[in-house]
Design a protein around this ligand. Structure first.
Ligand SMILES: Nc1ncnc2c1ncn2[C@@H]1O[C@H](COP(=O)(O)OP(=O)(O)OP(=O)(O)O)[C@@H](O)[C@H]1O
Ligand SMILES: [Mg+2]
Length: 289
């Protein structure tokens, strides 16, 4: 049985099929990248697979158990953790508290409000031990980011650089100890040095056996990290295969790189610059890294 099974998943927004009959299986330990032009439906697919949104049709099974209809919290406690395309952290909370939020989602909680209040007012030794353990765990996860985050443990997230806020968000997702980590453009807005650092970080997670779904426009990163690549266009899966196979697939070049080329042409026209009409994928990958 596959770790994650997505079957005939669709999401219709008032006539727009943002996700159109997508099926995909993910095995334990795999890194799968989802690529495709803007508006292809990649983020919508992540929203469905993490419970942020509900499918119009289709199935999502983790370890053979259906997740459809559960709340985002329930998706998270079953082991689905994500980061968001535009980054989401609690600006007024410290780095540590942001990561502790992830850790608490995993914690076995008291079942009702009274019990929750009692636990807060009169912490029993087991609760205290639990809190201590969660904090140790959160600090250990933050330490994975070395000097980037460790000296900033008690600073509000709002005081951090953009790249560091994205690292905090990733740390929060990791604090869930997810079965599957979903990263939506984790290097968007990062400079080449930060991007290279993130690539190495994700590679380490992969080497530790974490299962990863990655949405990414930087093809050099996709090619370096992925066991498999899924290409989406207009809500549909138009190709799937190893990075080597995807790199040379004519449909992919047309749908993905065609759009990119179009965007470049528009930008170039407005700047009245000359742009070569054809570029090999390898060159594009280097340029976008
Ligand atoms: N909540 C929504 N209501 C209506 N339409 C939506 C909604 N969310 C997404 N869409 C539409 O669904 C389509 C897919 O959007 P999505 O954000 O999933 O694309 P994407 O592949 O993540 O694009 P990008 O690379 O720009 O992030 C788009 O046409 C978008 O406008
Ligand atoms: Mg998106």
């Amino acid at each position: 049985m596959s770790l994650l099974e997505i079957a005939h998943l669709s999401r219709n927004f008032d006539g727009i099929l943002a996700v159109d009959n997508i099926s995909l299986t993910v095995e334990e330990g795999e890194t799968i990248s989802i690529i495709g032009p803007n508006g292809a439906g990649k983020t919508t697919l992540f929203n469905l697979v993490t419970g942020t949104d509900r499918p119009t049709h289709g199935e999502i099974r983790l370890d053979g158990r259906s997740l459809v209809g559960l709340s985002p919290d329930q998706f998270a406690s079953r082991g689905m953790a994500r980061t968001f395309q535009h980054g989401r952290v609690f600006g007024n909370l410290s780095v540590l508290d942001n990561v502790l939020i992830g850790a608490h989602t995993r914690r076995k909680r008291p079942h009702n409000l009274v019990a929750e209040l009692l636990a807060a007012l009169l912490p029993f030794p087991s609760v205290r031990t639990d809190e201590y353990r969660l904090r140790q765990d959160a600090e250990a996860i933050i330490a994975l980011f070395g000097e980037r985050l460790t000296p900033r443990l008690h600073q509000p997230a709002s005081s951090l650089s953009y790249a560091n806020r994205r690292r905090v968000e990733l740390a929060r997702a990791l604090a869930l100890h997810p079965r599957i980590l979903l990263l939506d453009e984790p290097t968007a807005g990062m400079n080449p040095t930060e991007t290279a650092e993130m690539l190495e970080f994700i590679r380490t997670l992969k080497q530790r056996g974490l299962t990863i779904l990655l949405i990414e426009h930087k093809l050099a990163l996709v090619m370096a990290l992925s066991d498999r690549v899924v290409v989406m266009d207009n809500g549909q899966k138009i190709a799937e295969g190893s990075p080597e196979v995807i790199r040379t697939n004519p449909q992919v070049i047309e749908a993905y790189l065609g759009h990119k080329q179009h965007q470049r042409d528009v930008a170039a026209q407005s700047a009245q610059a000359q742009v070569p009409t054809e570029k090999p994928l390898s060159r594009l990958a280097v340029e976008t890294s």
